[in-house]
Design a protein around this ligand. Structure first.
Ligand SMILES: [Zn+2]
Length: 234
């Protein structure tokens, strides 16, 4: 399984140059999505005007299909206010734009999960646009247009502080892991030992499971390895 650090490292280079609020929101998005079983990677952050012009040329003066209506200076990426994401598959290398994928098997597509979390963090989603939809795209624009940004307007201190506080509150709530008691029944017998429920997963003492199914439990402290061996397994 990928660690949070591995997942964060995949996006690190794309976070430089982002507006501090967008950077904070993106970092929170990566972490919360990871905690929900949906690792993501940021594929695009700040885009220079020259890069934007090259993208605009695609399908017009250059080969390929049209992917944007924005010339240099006309995309929120050009101001460090937007990011694009993709799903990161379990091998830690392959990315996916499959909007039907449900990698964590919770009955909600991974894409929808990411979009829902992003919106709680204050992002607008490109999938909500009329006209060319941009499903991997998130932005925080503070009520400004690219015309205003081109003219040198910047987000107000108040708007930035409010956005930052909302992101911090959400991140903290997320880190308060909720632990509930859980009842576990094996072959009709309730285990005497207490089990716990953390974030939708049940944790049962291995010794209790072993006893209940008549298996031998071993523990190697050096390698921190537990073994569960049934009679058939020997
Ligand atoms: Zn984008």
């Amino acid at each position: 399984m990928l660690t949070l650090e591995q997942v964060q490292a995949k996006s690190a280079s794309k976070l430089s140059g982002l507006h501090p609020v967008v950077r904070k929101a993106t970092e929170a998005l990566i972490e919360i999505c990871y905690n929900r079983g949906v690792p993501i990677v940021i594929t695009q952050g700040l885009r220079t005007n020259a890069e934007q012009d090259a993208l605009y040329a695609q399908g017009r003066s250059a080969d390929g299909r049209i992917v944007t209506n924005a010339r240099g200076g006309y995309s929120f990426h050009n101001f460090g206010l937007a990011v694009d994401f993709a799903l990161l598959l379990p091998d830690g290398r392959t990315v996916s734009w499959d909007q039907c994928r449900d990698g964590d098997g919770d009955g909600v597509t991974d894409w929808d999960e990411v979009v829902a979390i992003a919106k709680t963090l204050g992002f607008e989603w490109g999938g909500d646009w009329t006209g060319i939809k941009d499903y991997p795209h998130f932005q925080v624009v503070f009520g400004l247009t690219t015309a205003q940004l081109r003219a040198g307007r910047t987000p107000t201190e108040t708007d930035q502080a409010r956005a930052m506080a909302a992101i911090e509150r959400l991140t903290e709530e997320e880190r308060d892991v909720k632990v509930d008691k859980a009842k576990v029944i094996v072959n009709g017998e309730k285990l005497a030992e207490e089990s716990v429920l953390i974030e939708g997963r049940t944790y049962v003492p291995l010794a209790a499971i072993g006893k209940a199914i008549g298996a031998t439990v071993g523990w190697d402290n050096k390698t921190k390895t537990a073994t569960l061996t049934t009679k058939e397994g020997k």
